[in-house]
Ligand binder design. Structure first.
Ligand SMILES: Cc1cc2nc3c(=O)[nH]c(=O)nc-3n(C[C@H](O)[C@H](O)[C@H](O)COP(=O)(O)O)c2cc1C
Length: 205
C-alpha cells in the first residue's frame, strides 16, 4: 500500500506539516509507504485551459505536477493538507490540484482520498469542502475522521496544543488504511465497478 501525501503550505515545517506527520507515523506503523511532497514556495502556476493534456496525456507545463501525477498513478490513496487562506485552500495548492486532476490520465477510481485544513480560527470547513471535491468528482472515496479534519494554530508549531486535531489525524490515517485494504480485497474479488461511456449534459447547447 502506498499513499501520496501533499503539504500545500508554503511553510514546510508549519502546522499542516505537523498534522501530516501525525498521519505519517500511523501509516508507518501500519506498513504503508508514504510519498511525501512539500509544496513550499515553489512556483506552480495555474491551469491555462489549453486542453493540451487531453492529447499529451500529461500537463504541457513540465513541473512537479507531472511528477505527482505519476506518483498518484501508483498510489492507493492521497492525502492533502492545506492552510486556510481567506476561508479557502492556499492559492498555489489550488493551482497544483487543478492541474493535477485535470491532466492525470491514470485510473483514479477507488483510490482513497483524505484532506486536512489548518487555520488560526475559521474557514476550515469551507476549505475541507473544496479539497474533498477533487476526490468526489473522480470516483475516489473519501476517508473521514471524527470531525471535519481540521487543526488549529497560527504560528509554526502552535497546532501542538490542538490535541484533538492531532488525534483526529491518526483516526483519519487508520480509517484510510482500512479503506485501502478493503478496496484492494474488493478489487480482487469483484473487480472495479463496470465503466460506462460518459454522457455530458449540455445546459446551453
Ligand atoms: C494569506 C493568509 C490568509 C489567512 N487566512 C486565514 C483565514 O481565513 N482564517 C484563519 O483562521 N486563518 C487564516 N490564516 C492563518 C493560517 O491559516 C494559519 O497560520 C495556519 O496555521 C497556517 O498553516 P501552516 O503553518 O501549515 O502554513 C491566514 C494566513 C495567511 C498567510
Amino acid at each position: 500500500m502506498k499513499v501520496l501525501m501533499i503539504n500545500g503550505s508554503p511553510r514546510k515545517d508549519g502546522n499542516c506539516a505537523r498534522l501530516l506527520s501525525e498521519a505519517e507515523k500511523t501509516f508507518q506503523a501500519e506498513n504503508v509507504e508514504v510519498i511525501r511532497y512539500d509544496l513550499g514556495t515553489k512556483d506552480i502556476r495555474g491551469c491555462m485551459a489549453c486542453g493540451g493534456c487531453a492529447t499529451k496525456g500529461a500537463c504541457v507545463i513540465e513541473d512537479d505536477v507531472n511528477v505527482l501525477a505519476s506518483h498518484l498513478a501508483e498510489c492507493d490513496g492521497m492525502i492533502v493538507a492545506s492552510p486556510v487562506y481567506y476561508a479557502s485552500p492556499n492559492g498555489t495548492l489550488i493551482s497544483l490540484l487543478d492541474r493535477l486532476f485535470m491532466s492525470a490520465k491514470a485510473d483514479l477510481r477507488m483510490k482513497v482520498g483524505a484532506s486536512f485544513a489548518v487555520a488560526r480560527r475559521a474557514g476550515t470547513v469551507a476549505t475541507f469542502d473544496v479539497l474533498n471535491k477533487y476526490y468526489t468528482i473522480n470516483q475516489m472515496p473519501v476517508a473521514s475522521g471524527r470531525y471535519w479534519n481540521n487543526g488549529f494554530g497560527r504560528g509554526k508549531g502552535e497546532i501542538e496544543g490542538d490535541e484533538e486535531g492531532l488525534q483526529n489525524a491518526r483516526f483519519v490515517a487508520r480509517n484510510m488504511v482500512f479503506l485501502m485494504r478493503s478496496i484492494a480485497l474488493g478489487k480482487e474479488k469483484y473487480g472495479l465497478p463496470a465503466p460506462e461511456a460518459v454522457t455530458r449534459t449540455g445546459f446551453i447547447r
